[in-house]
Ligand binder design. Structure first.
Ligand SMILES: Cc1cc2nc3c(=O)[nH]c(=O)nc-3n(C[C@H](O)[C@H](O)[C@H](O)COP(=O)(O)OP(=O)(O)OC[C@H]3O[C@@H](n4cnc5c(N)ncnc54)[C@H](O)[C@@H]3O)c2cc1C
Length: 374
C-alpha cells in the first residue's frame, strides 16, 4: 500500500479526487489535508459577492468529494514539508509520512507588498473573510454613514470584484451614500486584454460613477489614506486589495525550490524540481520555462494530468506532460448578470455571455458536488 497525500483542496486537487472516485486504486491510500471543508470555485466568486449565488452554490464540499474518492479527509493546515524524510507537518503538531505528495494551496493577494495594508485594507482572498468585512461596511452604510470604497488592482479579478461590490451594496443599502474608486498601477485597466474589452469596461466604470486612478502604484495605506509612489493620494473608508498573487512562505522555508516570488518550481510533469515524488499545481506552482498566469483555468487543466501522474509515479509508469495553453478564454462579469468574453483579439459582451458563463460554472460545480457518496 502506497500513501498519497494531497495538500489543499484547490482546483487541480478536486479533479484528482474525482479521478480516484471514478477509478479507485486499492493499492493507494489517499489522504486530503485542508484547513477548510468547503473550497471556493473561482469562476463564481464575483457572482457570490454580487449576491447572485449562495455559499453552497460556489463551494465544493471536500468532505463529500473525499468520501467519493475513498480518501481520508484531515481538517488541518500544512505548515511544512521535510521532503528528504517524505513527511509533512501540520499546524496541530502532527506529522504525516507519504510515498507521493502534491501541493495545490493557491495564492493570496500580496498584501505585505503595501505598507499598512494588513491593518488598513482587506484582501479579496480568502473571499469568506472579505464578504464578512463587506457586510460590516454595508451595515455602516445602512446607518447613514457616507462610505468611500477603493479597490487596488485593475486586473480582471479587481474590476469584476468592484463591479460586484457596487451591485451588492446598491441592493443591500439602496439609500446609502457610497462612492467607488478603482486604483490601477498602469495607464489603464485590464492589462493583457484587447482594447475593445478595456473600452467596454472603461465605459461601464464611467456610467456607474466609479472613479479611476491610473498610474497609481500604491506604496502605503495609513488609515484612510492610500498613497502612491509618486505621492498621489486616494482616500477610502473601505480599502480592498486585489493586486495579483503571492505565495505562502512555508514551501520556501521548507527548502523546496521556489522562484524569486516564492512559487514552487515544477517541471512540465508537475513534479517539483526538488523531489520527483513531490508535485505541485495551480497558483502555487510555476514552470520556469513555460510561465502561465495565476488563474483557475490553468489549475483546472492541470487536474487530469496531475491525477494520472500521481498514480503513475507510484506504479513506475511513464509520466505525462502538461503544456499551458497559450491563451485562455476570460469571462468577466459586470455585477448585473452581464458579462464580457475576451480571448486573444476577440471580445463579445451581453446578457447571453453571463448566461453562458453561468451554465459553464454550474456544470463545473455539479461535477464535484453531485458525486455519489457511500
Ligand atoms: C475575486 C477573484 C475572481 C477570480 N475569478 C477567476 C475566474 O473567473 N477564472 C479563473 O480562472 N480564475 C479566477 N481567479 C483566480 C483563481 O481564484 C485562482 O487562480 C485559483 O483559485 C487558483 O486555484 P488553485 O488550485 O491554485 O488554489 P485554490 O483554488 O485557491 O485552493 C487552494 C486550497 O488550498 C487550501 N490551503 C491553503 N493553504 C493550505 C495549507 N497550508 N494546508 C492545506 N491546505 C491549504 C485552501 O484552503 C484552498 O482550499 C479569481 C480570483 C479572485 C480573487
Amino acid at each position: 500500500m502506497k500513501r498519497l497525500v494531497l495538500i489543499g483542496g484547490g482546483h487541480s486537487h478536486v479533479e484528482v479526487l474525482r479521478a480516484f472516485g471514478r477509478r479507485a486504486d486499492p493499492n493507494i491510500e489517499l489522504i486530503l489535508v485542508s484547513p477548510d471543508r468547503y473550497t471556493p470555485y473561482s469562476g463564481m466568486l464575483p457572482g457570490w459577492i454580487a449576491g447572485h449565488y449562495a455559499f453552497a452554490d460556489c463551494h465544493i464540499d471536500l468532505d463529500r468529494l473525499a468520501r467519493f474518492a475513498g480518501a481520508r479527509f484531515m481538517l488541518s493546515r500544512v505548515v511544512g514539508v521535510t521532503y528528504g524524510k517524505r513527511e509533512l507537518r501540520l499546524d496541530d503538531g502532527g506529522v504525516i509520512g507519504y510515498d507521493a505528495c502534491s501541493i495545490d494551496i493557491g495564492s493570496t493577494p500580496p498584501v505585505n507588498a503595501i505598507e499598512g495594508a494588513r491593518t488598513h485594507a482587506v484582501p479579496v482572498k480568502p473571499v469568506g473573510a472579505f464578504i464578512d468585512a463587506l457586510e460590516a461596511t454595508a451595515t455602516e452604510a445602512r446607518k447613514g454613514r457616507s462610505i468611500r470604497i477603493a479597490l487596488i488592482g485593475a486586473g480582471a479579478a479587481g474590476v469584476e470584484v468592484l463591479l460586484a461590490v457596487q451591485y451588492r451594496l446598491q441592493h443591500a443599502a439602496p439609500a446609502a451614500n457610497i462612492s467607488y474608486s478603482l486604483v490601477s498601477a498602469s495607464t489603464s485597466i485590464l492589462p493583457g486584454h484587447p482594447q475593445r474589452t478595456r473600452e467596454i469596461f472603461l465605459r461601464m466604470l464611467r456610467e456607474r460613477h466609479i472613479a479611476l486612478a491610473n498610474d497609481c502604484m500604491v506604496r502605503s495605506i495609513d488609515g484612510h489614506i492610500i498613497r502612491a509612489a509618486d505621492g498621489k493620494v486616494v482616500e477610502a473608508d473601505f480599502c480592498i486589495v486585489a493586486t495579483g498573487a503571492a505565495a505562502a512562505s512555508w514551501p520556501t522555508a521548507s527548502g523546496i525550490a521556489t522562484d524569486p516570488q516564492g512559487f514552487i518550481k515544477i517541471h512540465e510533469t508537475l513534479q517539483t524540481e526538488s523531489d520527483p515524488v513531490l508535485f505541485a499545481a495551480g497558483d502555487i506552482a510555476s514552470i520556469p520555462k513555460r510561465p502561465y498566469p495565476k488563474s483557475g483555468v490553468y489549475a483546472v487543466r492541470q487536474g487530469p494530468i496531475l491525477a494520472a501522474n500521481l498514480c503513475n509515479i507510484l506504479t513506475n509508469q511513464p509520466l505525462a506532460r502538461y503544456s499551458p495553453q497559450r491563451e485562455a478564454l476570460a469571462l468577466i462579469s459586470t455585477g448585473n448578470r452581464y458579462a464580457v468574453a475576451s480571448r486573444g483579439p476577440l471580445t463579445l459582451a451581453g446578457r447571453w455571455v453571463w448566461a453562458w458563463k453561468d451554465h459553464i460554472d454550474w456544470r463545473f460545480m455539479n461535477k464535484y458536488n453531485r458525486v455519489p457518496v457511500p
